[in-house]
Design a protein around this ligand. Sequence first.
Ligand code: 5GP
Length: 292
Amino acid sequence: MPTPPKLTPEQRNDALAKSTAARQVRAAIKARVKTGELALSAIFELATNDEAIAKMRVVELLESFAGVGKVRAIATLDRLSISQTRRVQGLGTAQRANLLREFPDRKATAQRGKLIVLSGPGGVGKSTVAKALRQTQSFWVSVSATTRTARHNEKDGVDYYFYSDEEFDSAVKSALFLEWAEFAGSRYGTPRKPVEDALRGGKNVLLEIEIAGARQVKERAPEAVLVFLQPPSWEELVSRLEGRGTDSKERRAARLALAQDELAQSSFFDLNVINERVEEVVERLIGLTNHQ
Ligand code: 5GP
């Protein structure tokens, strides 16, 4: 550690007064961020003229956004490869842009719908929740494309768009998917444009997808809220998967093994919800659209 400079009593008083003033500026900024009055873009602007703001730690700033605690602030910095000790003035251009995408100006986003991603292990009951949500009209529920064959009760264009391998390849090549992933031997993807149109039109959008896809959505649309649906217990999940008479024995075994891997990834999600009762899950998800 460098030795501190020798200060006269006057200089020491000046330094103390300066640091008190800086603390007050930072406290005022944080309070205004909390109420939603100041957006991140405005703070970056203010930092160009105000040393106290320029020297604020980014983590401290993020924490003061409503609904963002220390844990989420640190997780966000980690995800964006920004050091936890970084100060506002030390942010690079790309880091600023990433943070602005994560904490968009509310005025600009006021009209946009919310993007909620419902994920969790196969068999946990995501599609039942999605169906119930569709009926409440609170969400526009995305219809995915898949290469798996339709089950007897499924309709093309309603439950899924059933694609051939070639059709799916071509959609991937043309970047038509917001995300896509392989699951139990088939491919599944979310068509990008209908989702973007719905959000832009102010509709809340629900994606009911598996975990690798959910992770991709978070990368591409950081404002998305990721919800992990948990089974009431492992035994319950097994019995739900076993009880599904629609799949072959091999496919059920593959789904169980996958479910185990999937459960281990729940901590990546913004929110974990136990699927005890569908109506409760539906209420929680609708509640998410009213926040902020
Ligand atoms: P199923 O074949 O039982 O309908 O769905 C299998 C898995 O694929 C489920 O976990 C479901 O959530 C997931 N899934 C459905 N559509 C999509 C999608 O568009 N993208 C991704 N990544 N997963 C999906």
